[in-house]
Design a binder for this molecule. Structure first.
Ligand code: V47
Ligand code: SF4
Length: 389
């Protein structure tokens, strides 16, 4: 749809004056304000938000929907912290219920992908007091010896803050060591909600919002890009979501190091916040759309399909999302344990491509940095020997 068609469609409808103003700004490529962001959440009806977000998505990414071929390693679920929303971690005192992979088990997992065309390994886990900075640095080096071409996206800011403090090094020194051993980028976890009162309520003992942002800023300065997440749909209010996005938008203006924004829907299975109802699919779609509209300096918005399920991931592609993460495999536990409908989150490349084609988009395999690896529009899968991953 052309910009002038959308503008006239929206402006001639019975939209309120303030939503018309926002429409005009978006169509003129102008940034919307904090209050306008909150207003979108409060007053924006689903179709309206979808139209605006879809327009922006198309401007930024055309018809492309990205995915990558990756696998996850979760070295342990033993964690010194006690986030109320977490269904996955086992406290140190309940160690017998947790898992701790040995270095050999981790390296075997990497070896199990020999000959498979994966481009990224995503390493995150609980914050284990015995797995320190140098342990992980050496581990990354060994991973790179086995698989020199693989992109290592590893450790949330929460894990990094803890390992740097324990090793008594600054964030910059710690990140430099990891980079020198082969780490390429940071995932977006641990951000949750930056508002300090909400953070105190849901995850008071881990790194602060300021520390999270400082770690990502430092990584960007060192040439390590990263992702950013937002855990939504629990006790936060709309203004807390906008405040969260605003802090990320400000940092992105400065550092330009974020690859993608990933809204994470709170799942209430098996955690200390199980009494809180989950957001509806409608709210999830509205949230993707507002995120796309507000985060004007982020190139990509990602829907993490193992968390929301493949059907909602497909729907999200009409609400600003242009990336549905990777093929992954069934070894990620973080959402399975929180009650996601995807109990064994594995999709082959062919299945992912099919999901994207079903909604009329162009499936593009990317690397971590969004370089195009393969355009799957007319790909012949019968020629591929290894279909999974
Ligand atoms: O920080 C934990 C979230 C995050 C729950 O960068 C929960 O590409 C919902 O950050 N309900 C870790 N969410 C996962 C993460 C991630 C995932 C996929 C891709 C990338 C990336 C990053 O998972 C945590 C927390 O916000 N989380 N428990 C739960 N019950
Ligand atoms: Fe630990 Fe991360 Fe779970 Fe918090 S979310 S308890 S830091 S594993």
């Amino acid at each position: 749809m052309l910009a002038q068609d959308i503008t006239s469609l929206l402006l001639n409808s019975n939209l309120s004056k303030d939503l018309k103003n926002i429409t005009e700004k978006v169509m003129a490529n102008e940034r919307i304000s904090f209050d306008e962001g909150v207003l979108l959440y409060e007053k924006g009806e689903l179709g309206f938000l979808g139209t605006l977000a879809n327009y922006i998505r198309e401007q930024k990414n055309g018809n492309n929907v990205y995915f990558n071929r990756n696998f996850h390693i979760e070295p342990t679920n033993i964690c010194v912290f006690d986030c109320k929303f977490c269904s996955y971690s086992r406290l140190l005192k309940n160690k017998e219920e947790g898992w701790e992979l040995t270095e050999e088990q981790i390296l075997d997992k990497v070896r199990s992908y020999d000959g498979k065309p994966v481009t990224e390994v995503h390493i995150v886990g609980g914050v284990h007091p015995k797995m320190g900075l140098m342990y992980f640095a050496e581990l990354i080096k060994k991973i790179k010896t086995i698989r020199p071409d693989i992109h290592v996206k590893a450790f949330t800011a929460v894990e990094l803050d803890y390992m740097c403090r324990k090793a008594k090094v600054s964030y910059e020194e710690g990140l430099k060591i990891l980079k020198d051993h082969g780490q390429n980028s940071l995932p977006g976890g641990g951000a949750e909600i930056f508002d300090e009162t909400i953070r105190k309520e849901i995850c008071e003992d881990k790194c602060t919002s300021a520390q999270w942002l400082e770690i990502h800023e430092t990584a960007h300065k060192l040439g390590m890009p990263s992702n950013a997440t937002m855990l939504y749909g629990h006790v936060e209010k709309f203004e807390h979501r906008i405040d969260h996005m605003n802090r990320l938008r400000d940092l992105q203006d400065k550092s330009k190091g974020f690859n993608t924004f990933i809204p994470l829907k709170f799942r209430n299975g098996g955690n200390q916040m199980s009494h809180i109802a989950e957001s509806t699919v409608i709210e999830d779609l509205r949230n993707y759309a507002v995120s796309r509209i507000y985060m004007d300096n982020f190139g990509h918005v990602k829907a993490y399909w193992p968390m929301i399920g493949r059907t909602t991931a497909q729907l999200s592609l009409a609400f600003g999302v242009d990336d549905i993460d990777g093929t992954i495999d069934d070894t990620t536990q973080i959402y399975t344990m929180a009650g996601s409908e995807e109990q064994s989150p594995a999709l082959s490349t062919q299945q992912l491509v099919e999901l994207i084609k079903q909604v009329g988009r162009t499936p593009i395999e990317r690397d971590t940095l969004y370089n195009v690896i393969t355009d799957y529009s007319n790909y012949d899968f019968t020629k591929e020997e290894v279909l999974s991953n």
